[in-house]
Design a binder for this molecule. Structure first.
Ligand code: FPP
Length: 236
């Protein structure tokens, strides 16, 4: 009898390969990001159908500021535009949008679009889409540790009583589930500072496909690969 497919509740996605996809076609890198953005929404739609409850998408990392000023400007403007044009459809689909990242350096207009999308979709329950914009995993842990240290200083927390659960409360989105499946496209096998705390027990699936070529069918294939893994969470 065929084994039952286990659906990961939370999938973290590194949408890698947009630049290479564009280069292969003689197009500017920005065309790759535009194609990648469309794919992200097809993937969200398919994930809802498959019964996935949460997706975290690495849209802009704290390291992405090192890219050319033109590309940074494009990604900022594009994420703002994308949030504005997609939010109503996402809302209809029952998607709750949640922003994870640092406000420093991020365009104010991007922050306000993110906040508006969060407000509009806050009651939705079908799937949570964590838009990781100006996100870095180490930065998240540093920010959490700094705030926790402030609370120790204020006498709100006792240093000797700090546990993993305590620190978790200071992360950008304390309520998010642990990542079950960590998916990276483009054949690179790195995590690139994405959700290190939340992915401690995730299964890693690396696919040799550039992000704009990703399809719902390939997402299902990744889920099948995930489903065949035996997750033991440290037990024997
Ligand atoms: C990595 O590919 C991709 C990014 C840094 C940006 C991801 C952004 C999108 C898919 C656009 C959708 C979302 C928003 C909110 C803008 P790469 O550029 O590193 O590709 P390469 O490794 O082939 O150069």
């Amino acid at each position: 009898m065929a084994k039952k497919i286990e659906i990961p509740q939370h999938i973290a996605i590194v949408m890698d390969g947009n630049g290479r996809w564009a280069k292969d076609r003689g197009l500017p890198r920005t065309a790759g990001h535009q194609a990648g953005e469309k794919v992200l929404f097809d993937i969200v739609e398919a994930a809802i159908e498959f019964g996935v409850k949460e997706i975290s998408a690495y849209a802009f990392s704290t390291e992405n500021w090192k890219r050319s000023p033109e590309e940074v400007k494009f990604l900022m403007g594009y994420s703002r535009e994308m949030l504005r044009t997609r939010r109503d459809r996402l809302n209809e689909m029952g998607v709750k949008i949640n922003w994870l990242g640092r406000p420093q350096r991020l365009w104010k207009s991007v922050i306000s679009e993110l906040e508006e999308a969060e407000e509009l979709t806050k009651k939705n329950k079908k799937l949570t889409l964590n838009m990781c914009v100006n996100y870095g995993g180490r930065a998240e842990i540093v920010d959490a540790a700094a705030e926790l240290a402030r609370d120790v200083k204020r006498g709100k927390v006792k240093a000797d009583a700090i546990t993993e659960k305590t620190l978790e409360k200071y992360l950008y989105s304390p309520k998010m589930r642990d990542v079950d499946m960590f998916l990276r496209s483009s054949g690179e096998q790195r995590t690139s500072n994405f959700l290190p705390w939340q992915s401690s027990y995730a299964e890693f699936v690396f696919m040799d496909v550039l992000w704009p070529d990703m399809t719902p069918k390939l997402l299902w294939k990744a889920i099948e690969i995930y489903s065949e893994r035996e997750r033991r969470f440290g037990s024997a």
